[in-house]
Design a protein around this ligand. Structure first.
Ligand code: ATP
Length: 310
């Protein structure tokens, strides 16, 4: 796939603060590329350098053959940046905001079209100051779509929103992706990164810690799964179950708390098959069985050594 953006060895300091120390990556056409990382990791500074708002101390930013020094106007037509809430006009309506922003560009997607995509047709004539947080965020994304750009930058588009409002924004992002747009996203929400992204770049202290698809990142760490079962026939049955499980070649370790047994295994199907054969023979009943999947959050903790704060 074509590379639409390449950043190489980006660096930026603010006085003694080395916000971005060394960031390089390539973004492919049509992908959702997500940057996640703890507070102060350098995500916003990285985006702002790419968007042409902050000048890097060092490094290269290329949009195909274009760069900010020689082709600033062409790049501005190619990219869409979600404005800060404060950049919108509170006393105007969504429709008026879209029409006003459209006058900044030569080519513009129709207001009608954008209002439908961001699901604000019904509220087109309400003043922005009366919109909910989610509706304002949707309008901000709409404003980023005005010039019908190929690449759209969304810096924490769902921060502070309730789960339903966040899902509405996810739907818009997925719609943009289905239109072939490239989306570059930052987020604080792991679940969001996992659901939306083709590739995730984990940034910590101004450097990339790891970069891959969510599935591949999880796979790298998924050496074993956690299987939990609960025995209905009391503690003794659970003890017997644990002794049996410990002897299985597929099991790496076990832990038991009264009637509840946790087993770590790289082959959960094999383990459960053998264990169920045993419990059936013994006529033990098992109440709950769960296999815990690794999540992107586990990956984050493994790579950065930090707890995720959400
Ligand atoms: P958050 O998740 O909190 O938004 P972030 O990963 O986006 O964080 P940045 O906003 O890029 O991180 O900030 C990286 C570091 O650079 C922080 O220590 C921040 O305080 C500092 N910084 C960012 N912009 C400036 C500035 N204009 N002047 C001084 N320091 C800055």
């Amino acid at each position: 796939m074509t590379t639409v953006l390449e950043v190489k060895e980006l660096k930026k300091s603010f006085g003694a603060i080395h916000a971005v120390q060394d960031i390089s990556f390539k973004v492919k056409a049509g992908e959702v590329f997500t940057i996640i990382g703890p507070n102060g990791a350098g995500k916003t500074t990285t985006l702002e350098m790419i968007e042409g708002l902050v000048t890097p101390d060092y490094g290269h930013i290329q949009f195909g053959d274009l760069d900010w020094n020689r082709n600033a106007n062409a790049i501005k037509m190619m990219i869409g940046v979600q404005p800060q809430s404060s950049a919108m006009f509170d006393l105007l309506t969504p429709e008026e905001n879209l029409e006003l922003f459209a006058t900044f560009y030569g080519k513009a997607r129709s207001t009608e079209d954008i209002l439908a995509m961001i699901n604000l047709t019904e509220h087109r004539r309400n003043r922005v100051k009366n919109l909910s947080g989610g509706q304002r965020q949707r309008l901000a994304i709409g404003l980023a779509m005005i010039s019908d750009p190929e690449i759209i930058f969304l810096d924490e588009p769902t921060t502070g929103l309730d789960p339903q409002a966040r899902r509405n924004i996810w739907d818009i992002i997925l719609q943009l992706k289905s239109l072939g747009k490239t989306i570059i996203l930052t987020t604080h929400y792991m679940e969001e990164a996992e659901k939306l992204s083709d590739r995730v770049c984990i940034v910590d202290q101004g450097r990339i810690v790891t970069l891959d698809s969510p599935a591949a990142l999880i796979e790298k760490l998924t050496v074993e799964r956690e299987v939990r079962l609960s025995f209905l026939d009391g503690v003794e049955a659970a003890e017997e179950g644990e002794i049996f499980a410990k002897d299985l070649s597929s099991v790496s370790r076990t832990e038991r708390d009264a009637t509840s047994l946790t087993i770590w295994t790289p082959k959960p199907e094999d383990t459960l098959y053998d264990l169920f054969k045993f419990t059936k023979e013994q006529e033990y009943q098992i109440e709950q069985v769960s296999i815990r999947e690794m999540s992107l959050e586990d990956v984050f903790i493994a790579f950065t050594g930090k707890e995720w704060r959400d």
